[in-house]
Write a protein that binds this ligand. Structure first.
Ligand code: HH2
Length: 283
């Protein structure tokens, strides 16, 4: 597996788990909807996450929460493009969280470094955008069903790890067949996207099996219902559970952790890494 990930203007070293800070400029995201809905508030929040140690920022202009109303292309572009403009000189890679090829293209033209597609580049037009920008980093996420309806019927898998893994490997092959370099591809099991709590924890626990696909992995558990399911906490009290999930992912080899709470995640990772550095019993 390559130890570098190509992300637009950046070559990210994957020698420690990287923190991707979430910036949702939406009125209705499940955990922070409306808090950063104005451009100024979103820019200030982004600067704060950079100061706290975010290695990447993920900018989203449409909520993927089950039941969230769709957003037009124009609205999504009006939300994210000024954000890219305002953040592109802050020396942090910018990822755009969108499955719409038109938004992807506009975001890359405006200076974004990475595309984060919750549909895993299943749309031929999304693959075409990805292939035509030869340096942008790509995150292909697994989802069963559609965001708006994915949790209404109980998702069913025979073997969730095997099926997600095979699906992700096929997406990587499709991207490579379109000419995308391997070092631009990252895969994501898509926790919470068409999965029960059991599926989510099975995927998290067995992350090393997904790593066997040979691509770096991104994991996003932050504040999700899988955290609430075991802690009994509402969405605004899921910090400790989310940090524990981030550490669980890091210890199982995740390359990137997608989180709302950057400072707390950074502190937890530092303590874990420092402990690991004193473990000399193996040498
Ligand atoms: N989760 C969400 C959105 N985008 N992208 C990737 N690659 N992986 C994820 O796990 C993931 C994602 C949902 O979280 P959030 O952005 O906080 O909420 P919303 O979609 O409601 O804005």
């Amino acid at each position: 597996m390559s130890d570098h990930f190509l992300a637009g203007r950046y070559e990210l070293e994957l020698n420690r788990p990287l923190i991707m800070g979430i910036i949702n400029i939406t009125p209705d995201s499940f955990s922070d909807g409306g808090q950063h809905a104005s451009l100024d508030a979103a820019l200030a929040h982004a600067r704060q996450l950079i100061a706290e140690g975010a290695d990447i920022l993920d900018l989203g202009g449409e909520s993927t929460r089950p039941g969230a109303p769709p957003v037009t292309l124009e609205t999504e572009c009006q939300r994210v493009l000024p954000l890219i403009e305002g953040l592109r000189n802050l020396n942090v890679p910018l990822s755009i969280d969108s499955y719409k090829p038109e938004v992807m293209r506009a975001a890359l033209d405006a200076g974004a470094d990475m595309l984060n597609d919750i549909r895993g580049f299943t749309d031929a037009a999304a693959i075409a955008v990805a292939a035509s920008h030869v340096r942008c980093g790509l995150i292909a996420m697994h989802m069963l069903g559609e965001p708006r309806t994915m949790q209404t019927a109980e998702p069913v898998y025979g073997d969730v790890v095997g099926e997600v893994s095979a699906w992700l490997a096929a997406r990587a092959r499709a991207l490579e067949a379109a000419g995308v370099e391997r070092r631009r591809i990252m895969l994501d099991p898509g926790l919470g996207f068409g999965k029960t709590v059991t599926h989510n924890y099975t995927l998290l626990a067995r992350l090393p099996e997904l790593r066997a696909c040979g691509y770096p992995l991104l994991v996003g558990a932050s504040r999700k219902s899988m955290i609430g399911a075991v802690t009994g906490q509402p969405v605004d009290h899921r910090l400790a559970g989310s940090v524990a999930a981030a550490l669980a992912a890091a210890t199982r080899g995740a390359a990137v952790l997608r989180v709302h709470d950057v400072a707390a995640t950074r502190d937890a990772l530092r303590v874990w890494q420092t402990t690991a550095s004193f473990n000399t019993s193996a040498s």
